[in-house]
Design a protein around this ligand. Structure first.
Ligand SMILES: [Zn+2]
Length: 210
């Protein structure tokens, strides 16, 4: 299997100061046609910078590090472990518009398992970055595969892209679905079928709930 791509931008220019970031927001406000000095907008650059810190908090967190603590006492459990319908919020790297959806993440343990909150955290670390859905899907699957070395990993993301609903083609109600299947989920038809039936028994789809 190919090594996963590096997760942090390799060559990032030096990070600007917070004052520079706020000034850039003022510029965008002026570009949009409003006056950043009117009362309602005075604190907006500050708020936007703070929001960016939260929306893009996935940079600077090492997902492999975060996953390091695994458990080996599994009593021989060797069936699929699935966390489904995990809501995630990300931003498309082309428009910085929200991508909101649900993730289903499964693995087939070999000798190690991890706490379920770590699975959710893994999704968040990659989601809170500038993304395309395909890359987000692959990063989650590859990292889980690399750290746990399970018999298989399956990741399915269903999401709505606000760059498509609020601009451009203005198509609402459209979900994009991406998947990455590794190991047994790719090679074994029964395992794949079991996974697909486990995630489809949710009785709802990601698009309607977001
Ligand atoms: Zn976009």
């Amino acid at each position: 299997m190919a090594k996963p791509a590096p997760y942090l931008p390799v060559e990032s220019p030096p990070r600007p100061s917070r004052a520079e970031a706020e000034e850039a927001v003022r510029t965008l406000i002026r570009w949009a046609g409003d006056n950043p000095d009117r009362e309602g907008l005075l604190d907006t650059p500050k708020r936007v910078a703070t929001a960016y810190e939260e929306w893009f908090s996935g940079y600077g967190v090492d997902p492999v590090d975060m996953l390091q603590r695994t458990f080996e006492e599994t009593e021989g459990y060797d069936e699929i472990v699935l966390l489904r319908d995990i809501r995630f919020e990300s931003f498309c790297e082309h428009h910085l518009a929200p991508i909101i959806g649900k993730a289903h993440v499964a693995y087939l343990p070999s000798t190690r398992v991890i706490g379920i909150s770590k699975l959710a955290r893994l999704i968040e670390i990659f989601a809170k970055r500038m993304q395309i859905q395909e890359k987000l899907t692959a990063q989650i699957a590859n990292t889980l595969d690399e750290v746990l070395q399970p018999k298989g990993v399956a990741v399915v993301l269903e999401a709505q892209h606000q760059c498509m609903t609020t601009r451009g083609v203005h198509k609402t109600g459209v979900s994009m679905v991406t998947s990455r299947l590794l190991g047994a989920f790719r090679s074994n038809t029964d395992t794949r079928r079991e996974f697909l039936s486990m995630i489809s028994s949710t009785g709802q789809n990601a698009g309607s709930g977001v």
